[in-house]
Ligand binder design. Structure first.
Ligand SMILES: Nc1nc2c(ncn2[C@@H]2O[C@H](COP(=O)(O)OP(=O)(O)OP(=O)(O)O)[C@@H](O)[C@H]2O)c(=O)[nH]1
Ligand SMILES: [Mg+2]
Length: 358
């Protein structure tokens, strides 16, 4: 999973990035330039730790999330679209975290001169919508050329693409992000190379001061979540040794680390869930799209497992932990054999039976 952290200059992106990745990038440096930091971190999942304590595997492997701290958007790229390097980076993301400044601090400049989270949410929404409008208009022009000149793709195919891009154009011209419209899987494929940003799921993260209450910010758009975080505290917290962190958390009345909470929200936002493989060699968490079938989950492990899929042995995490082991689970009939139509559920532990020559 790749998540892009963006927001207006000095909104607290790098502060949040550090909190999520236990990083130490410098914060509070005003450059106004395009600057991107990447970090890959383990997705914390206590279930993996429990499995490891049962199986004592040689290796324990968590799934990973890739965070990118993307500085350089300032709400002004709308007219011509977002520039190359920045757009490339943004287009690679599975979803976005929009950091919105709520904290008051006179020594930290706000580019618009005042604190107004609702305005900032709308500014950045428009930034993505206008970027996409430019891209969609360019595509429509090209498609019209192709249609006029002929000799290229089948006319019916060009017309189908034109209808799709016209529909997206209408959405954007109405100042709606593309995530507000329904597309078929085929249509999704057609648009995948165009770096359309307003189609991607969005978590709006209100960056609060130490004691500030979260303002009531709403978004009318689909696949959009709003939550808040005390960025600076969370960054400090992420850099403390565990014992000190616990003390600090109770002092500030924090029950769950921001990095854990943001991961959970991101999974929901993007529609992901985890399944596990467990044995003496390795205990491991994997990520799949919700409602994935058993062969699709097998394909996440290795394409050969999907191609040669025969059956999956399945047990739920809760059953395995409650019964204390695979043999006990088998004796109680909790180990099921499932076929290719089985829909994998969050927390399933899978053992894929497959045939390589299939
Ligand atoms: N009081 C307070 N200050 C914060 C908070 N989050 C960030 N800051 C301060 O705001 C300043 C900017 O934070 P950064 O994390 O560098 O912001 P940024 O969005 O990465 O800035 P650019 O990369 O320049 O766009 C720093 O001085 C931070 O200490 C917060 O939650 N509360
Ligand atoms: Mg920064």
């Amino acid at each position: 999973m790749r998540l892009g952290i963006f927001g207006l200059p000095q909104s607290g992106k790098t502060t949040l990035f550090n909190a999520l990745t236990r990083g130490t990038q410098p914060t509070g440096i005003v450059t106004g330039k395009i600057e991107i930091h990447d970090a890959v971190v383990d997705v914390p999942d206590a279930r993996v730790d429990v499995l490891a304590s049962m199986f004592h595997p040689k290796k324990t492997i968590y799934t990973k999330v890739n965070y990118a701290d993307i500085a350089g958007l300032d709400g002004s790229a709308g007219k011509s679209g977002i520039s190359g390097e920045l757009l490339n980076k943004l287009a690679q993301m599975d979803g976005f975290i929009h950091v919105v400044r709520c904290f008051e601090n006179e020594t930290v400049v706000h580019p618009a001169g005042s604190i107004n989270p609702q305005r900032d949410v709308e500014t950045m929404d428009s930034e993505f919508i206008l970027n996409d409008l430019v891209a969609v208009e360019k595509r429509i022009e090209k498609l019209n050329d192709e249609r006029r000149k002929g000799g290229g793709r089948d006319k019916a195919v060009v017309d189908r693409d034109l209808a799709l891009f016209d529909r997206m154009h209408a959405c954007l011209a109405d100042e709606q992000p593309l995530r507000n419209i329904d597309l078929t899987a085929d249509e999704e494929k057609t648009i995948s190379g165009f770096g359309l940003l307003s189609r991607k799921p969005m978590l709006i993260l209100l960056n609060l001061d130490d004691t500030q209450a979260a303002p009531k910010i709403t978004s009318p758009h689909r696949q959009t979540m709003v939550d808040s975080i005390r960025g600076k505290i969370e960054m400090e917290l992420s850099q403390l040794p565990e014992e000190d962190a616990a003390l600090f958390m109770s002092e500030f009345n924090i029950t769950e680390l921001g990095l854990n909470r943001v991961i959970k929200l991101s999974y929901d936002l993007i529609g992901l869930e985890s399944f596990f493989t467990a044995g003496e060699d390795e205990c491991r968490a994997w990520t799949v799209k919700k409602n994935a079938t058993a062969p699709e989950a097998a394909g996440v492990i290795h394409s050969d497992l999907q191609k040669g899929f025969i059956r999956a042995e399945v047990i739920t995490y809760d059953d395995l932990v409650a019964l204390g082991g695979l043999n006990e689970a088998k004796a109680k009939g909790k180990l099921r054999l499932e076929g290719k139509d089985y829909i994998v559920k969050d927390g399933d532990i899978l053992n894929i039976r497959f045939n390589v020559s299939k």
